[in-house]
Design a protein around this ligand. Structure first.
Ligand code: 13P
Length: 253
């Protein structure tokens, strides 16, 4: 049983006051289940303050990106060792917003994935197609290119210490969730791609779905065999909304 991971990507939202209320609410209401792990990923400036609250709780801490470099003259960048130092266990890599807005290539994402693992962080590798790509029948080709870039650089065994998030770009922040069948189809494709290289790694890796997940659609998504939780944007910014998604996972376990 892989269990579920319900991860909140807070993106560029929050303040000291708002984050304290949010994380206190999440910790207070976090389900006591060995099979459902909760994770919050605040913006960099707030990691330490949030870590002070999550430390000792059953809510884990992650960052939203990482430098591919270890240290040195990289103004504005943040190294994996620093993320570990402030209490992170996870880091999101290759979010579509960073691929599109910051020009992160699949190779840069692979480098970040490896930098994360080198520091003992678990990377959450985001992959997903745009609406135009889906409508022109390129979904699987896009996913394959994004995954293969990491597989070629890091190797299949690296996925024994990683999480994948399928986030169709057209479903992010739009309210247009992929149907459970659409999501399951791509999740199965992702797991099959890994299976071709290692059945045991493919069987063990968690594949999250992201894109307009809410309390009322999470159960339908999570009950599919290859969907192991969610990467949540908007609905991770209110503790009640985030916890409703976590409860949907608990209900399936
Ligand atoms: P929304 O849940 O707001 O659609 O965002 C999804 C996402 O991008 C999580 O990384």
């Amino acid at each position: 049983m892989r269990g579920y991971l319900v991860a909140g990507n807070w993106k560029m939202n929050g303040s000291n006051v708002a984050n304290a209320e949010l994380v206190d609410g999440i910790i207070a209401g976090a389900p006591q289940s060995d099979l459902v792990e909760l994770l919050v990923c605040p913006p960099f400036p707030y990691l330490s303050a949030v870590a002070a609250k999550t430390s000792g709780s059953n809510v884990r801490l992650g960052a939203q990106t990482i430098s591919e470099h270890e240290s040195g003259a990289f103004t504005g960048e943040t190294a994996g060792s620093m993320l570990r130092d402030v209490g992170c266990e996870y880091v999101i890599v290759g979010h579509s917003e960073r691929r599109a807005l910051m020009g992160e290539t699949s190779q840069a994402v692979a480098d970040k994935f490896m930098a994360a693992q080198k520091c003992g962080l678990t990377p959450i590798l985001c992959v997903g197609e745009t609406l135009e790509q889906r409508e022109s029948g390129k979904t699987e080709a896009v996913i394959d290119e994004q995954l293969n870039a990491v597989l070629d650089s890091a190797g299949i065994d690296a996925f024994g210490r990683a999480v994948i998030a399928y986030e169709p770009v057209w479903a992010i922040g739009t309210g247009m969730t992929a149907t459970p069948d659409q999501a399951q189809e791509v999740h199965r494709h992702i797991r099959a791609l890994l299976e071709a290289k290692s059945e045991s790694v493919a069987e063990g890796v968690k594949i999250l779905y992201g894109g307009s997940v809410k309390g009322d659609n999470a159960g339908g998504l999570f009950s599919n065999p290859d969907i192991d939780g969610g990467l949540i944007g908007g609905a991770s910014l209110k503790s009640e909304d985030f916890l409703a998604i976590a409860e949907a996972a608990v209900a399936i376990c």
